[in-house]
Design a binder for this molecule. Structure first.
Ligand code: HEM
Length: 483
């Protein structure tokens, strides 16, 4: 599937599709190899009858051009909308005025003076009543648990509570079955499949209801059932409240949102918010198990802040005090935990939760790399490959080095978003970036100072073939008390 120059072979009729499909099970690493070999941009010729021509690029100059400088020429477009049809019309997959409208609402919601406080409270509530009891239980019983699954439950419960004012309580000791979670994973895999095969192929599969398309449809039904049930419960409750003129001052943000922004709820509960943070946390802890020296430095940073709690020798009491201290001082610690912040950025560079971005130009033009693009081709950016290019990050790009993010004066080093592209760049930059860091730091600091995470021997951790960088087999670990 490669000719003697190392290029994926361009076969008559089918073009380079065989090479792409052959390498689909290892698509992320395959794209790293191709991008490194071809100076960051490569043109995949699709089958002649399909109009499936892909320009894969990880060149920061191209990314800067597409996502910022000439943003107007690169809408998400109708093809994107069709691929992501499951999430309807929200901020994630609309363009022009409708996108601006949704984005303004999302931004004003997040900038709401009550929001940060509300958010931090909800995160700590879920940590104390959900994640910590489950970790304690696993630690006491010596159980093997899937840490990625726990993080998904954590973010799913938190985001449902924040957006819908409804806690589905999926993070409990008995770890109930989670049909909507499986549905989301199936949909995300099918979305990657829709990118990798010609449109006519997945459309025929959709029409026949087979293969990945069948999973997509079934997942969609499960997800809709869950979300519409939550919404109708909420509406009922709100009707009752307004009838009795009762108001709950603590929940105003959630209630405002549900009335204002019903369309966005579905997107929020789906991969945009549930998965990004949980996937980031999973790879972060995986990297810590591989790099104990980084773990020690994060511990030292946390210990230095809680040194005055050391006198309490009883483990349970010490844990309670540490959590209490972290939750009370979190807003301040959030800015002080510089090394932890650097380590999270480094994990997000090596394992970006959103693995791909796709764009279609409205008009033809030449990109800074010299490649010509036109409306008949799709531009694909592999965020995973972009974080692993020697020409972008240096010879040590495969190493996990939080120091890369810390300046000589001990502050976080800024990297331009067209180079550190994990949160997108330009006008469509992620609006939840700071919320994501708050959540990740709260979870990471609570776990690191109270437990030791030990991976189960022989358990294989590799990225899944999906639009979101899940772990293919989860992350099986044992939870031990911290030494
Ligand atoms: C580590 C966590 C996160 C990562 C890596 C991440 C990454 C991204 C990326 C790559 C995009 C661009 C997607 C695209 O347009 O194709 C995006 C968009 C977005 N993100 Fe995040 N995100 C994270 C967490 C969050 C959270 C917690 C929120 C919740 C408030 C959020 C809200 C949004 C919104 C509303 C958009 C759409 C922006 C627009 O199109 O104008 N994100 N995010």
């Amino acid at each position: 599937f490669r000719n003697k120059n190392g290029f994926p072979t361009n076969w008559p009729v089918v073009g380079m599709l065989p090479a792409l499909l052959m390498n689909l099970p290892r698509i992320h690493n395959y794209l790293c190899e191709v991008m490194e070999e071809y100076q960051l941009t490569f043109f995949f010729k699709g089958p002649w009858f399909t109009n499936m021509n892909l320009l894969a690029t990880v060149d920061p100059a191209n990314v800067h051009h597409i996502f910022s400088k000439n943003f107007g020429n690169y809408p998400k477009g109708s093809k994107f909308k069709e691929i992501f049809e499951v999430i309807g019309d929200g901020v994630f997959n609309t363009d022009s005025d409708l996108w601006k409208y949704h984005r303004n609402i999302a931004q004003s919601f997040i900038a709401h003076p009550q929001f940060q406080k509300f958010l931090v409270n909800k995160i700590w509530e879920k940590l104390e009543t959900g994640l910590i009891p489950v970790l304690d239980h696993a630690s006491q019983q010596g159980l093997e648990i899937d840490l990625e699954d726990l993080f998904q439950r954590f973010t799913f419960d938190t985001i449902c509570t924040i957006i819908m004012d409804h806690d589905p309580r999926t993070l409990r000791i008995d770890l109930p079955d989670l049909p909507s979670s499986k549905a989301l994973n199936d949909i995300e895999e099918a979305i990657l499949h829709r990118h990798a095969v010609p449109v006519c192929v997945w459309k025929v599969q959709r029409w026949l209801g087979v293969g990945q398309e069948r999973k997509y449809r079934e997942g969609w039904e499960v997800l809709d059932a869950f979300i519409y049930e939550c919404i109708s419960k909420k509406k009922e409750e709100m009707t009752k409240r307004s009838a009795s003129k009762e108001s709950n001052p603590h929940n105003t943000v959630g209630i405002d949102l549900i009335t204002l922004y019903m369309d966005e709820i579905k997107q929020s509960a789906t991969f945009g918010r549930r998965d990004t943070t949980s996937v980031a946390l999973s790879w972060f802890f995986y990297l810590l198990t591989k790099n104990p020296h980084v773990l020690s430095k994060i511990k030292a940073e946390l210990d230095a802040m809680m040194i005055h709690l050391k006198d309490h020798h009883d483990d349970g009491e010490l844990k309670r005090r540490r959590l209490n201290y972290l939750s009370r001082n979190f807003e301040e610690l959030n800015y002080k935990l510089v090394y932890l912040h650097g380590a999270l950025c480094e994990a997000l560079r090596l394992y970006p939760p959103v693995a791909f971005e796709a764009k279609v130009p409205s008009d033809q033009e030449i990109l800074p790399s010299g490649h010509k693009v036109d409306p008949n081709m799709q531009i694909i950016i592999s965020l995973y490959a972009m974080g692993r290019m020697k020409s972008i990050w240096g010879e040590d790009c495969y190493e996990f080095k939080p120091e890369r993010w810390i300046s000589k004066t001990g502050r976080i080093k800024h990297q331009p978003s067209y180079k550190f592209f994990t949160f997108n760049a330009g006008p469509r930059t992620c609006v939840g970036k700071s919320m994501a860091f708050t959540q990740m730091k709260a979870v990471a600091s609570s776990i690191i100072c109270n437990y030791h995470i030990q991976p189960v021997k022989g358990h294989l951790v590799i990225p899944d073939v999906s639009i979101i960088l899940h772990m293919k087999h989860g992350f099986k670990v044992k939870v031990l008390p911290s030494h």
